[in-house]
Ligand binder design. Structure first.
Ligand SMILES: NC(=O)c1ccc[n+]([C@@H]2O[C@H](COP(=O)([O-])OP(=O)(O)OC[C@H]3O[C@@H](n4cnc5c(N)ncnc54)[C@H](OP(=O)(O)O)[C@@H]3O)[C@@H](O)[C@H]2O)c1
Length: 257
């Protein structure tokens, strides 16, 4: 069987997920923007280098055929950041948050879509914050915290659009619950300290992965949103099919750019 592709090879959740997949007998290929830091993966996992905010780097990647993709990366920031790398700039300013959380990862998934086998999982980490962040439209024009919140909504909507378009795949978005993470490091003081304090009581990723991985592999129907390992109804605004399609079209146009 081809390997599963995981993003965020340096995050605790991706490391724990890789270990669990390997324990189940699967092969794993992992992505990291700095492979030298991806030291905790199980032996034998191939690590490919890519900065997910860089469309050219994503296009250069020599990707193997994969059995499914699990996108576990992301950044959270509190201020606008210049449009990175080669994303076409325009009246709809694209913040780094959008590039890293949505445009880059989904450009990668678009590259994989034609070759994914029947039943392949396409799992995107999202967050419960989508409940408080309905997308007013699909321009991806917000910045700062708002972009971070709305990016979670966009991923839920894109995955639901994928579930309608590709019933042969299993599209999932999930909030892992509060799991150990380096996420607070991207926040400005004093939020970084508050985040670091909250991180002290976060769950160990090695407890989360054994619940999450079986669900992502075969535990539910496509389009599902999971919260802390439990199937959960996403916020009502994510059922807006017209907006789902607008998000899909927007991502597809960036993915082809
Ligand atoms: N942890 C939680 O409790 C929680 C809860 C709900 C939702 N989430 C969501 O989960 C996602 C990941 O969070 P996390 O807790 O796993 O954070 P984390 O521990 O900080 O991991 C983030 C990962 O993303 C990678 N990354 C960041 N920018 C990248 C880029 N441009 N290209 C490639 N990789 C990049 C980081 O790599 P580097 O090592 O190179 O920085 C790191 O591996 C976020 O979208 C967050 O909103 C997390």
């Amino acid at each position: 069987m081809p390997p599963f592709l995981l993003t965020a090879a340096t995050s605790p959740l991706a490391v724990a997920t890789a270990h669990h997949l390997v324990r189940l007998g699967h092969d794993v290929v992992a992505l990291a923007r700095n492979p030298a830091r991806a030291t905790e993966l199980p032996p034998g996992v191939e690590v490919l280098e890519v900065d997910l905010s860089d469309p050219a780097a994503i296009d250069r990647l020599s990707l193997p055929e994969v059995a499914g993709v699990m996108h576990l990366a992301g950044i959270l920031r509190a201020s606008a950041h210049p449009v990175p790398h080669g994303w076409a700039d325009g009246p709809d300013h694209v913040d780094l948050t959008w590039a890293t959380n949505v445009l880059g990862p989904l450009r990668l998934v678009h590259r994989l879509l034609p070759t994914l086998p029947d039943g392949a999982p396409v799992a995107l980490i999202s967050g419960s914050t989508h409940r408080r962040a309905p997308l007013p439209d699909a321009r991806f024009a917000s910045t700062g915290f708002r972009a971070g919140l709305q990016a979670t909504t966009a991923k839920v909507m894109w995955a639901r659009a994928l579930a309608r378009r590709r019933p042969d795949l299993v599209a999932t978005t999930f909030c892992p619950g509060r799991v150990e993470s380096g996420l607070h490091r991207g926040l400005p003081w004093p939020l970084s300290w508050l985040g670091a304090l909250a991180a002290l009581s976060a769950r160990d990723a090695t407890e989360v992965a054994p619940v999450l991985v079986p669900l992502l592999l075969h535990g539910h129907t496509s389009g599902t949103y999971l919260e802390a390992g439990v199937r959960s109804a996403p916020a009502p605004h994510t059922s807006d099919e017209a907006l789902q399609d607008a998000v899909w079209d927007r991502v597809a146009s960036w993915a082809k750019a």
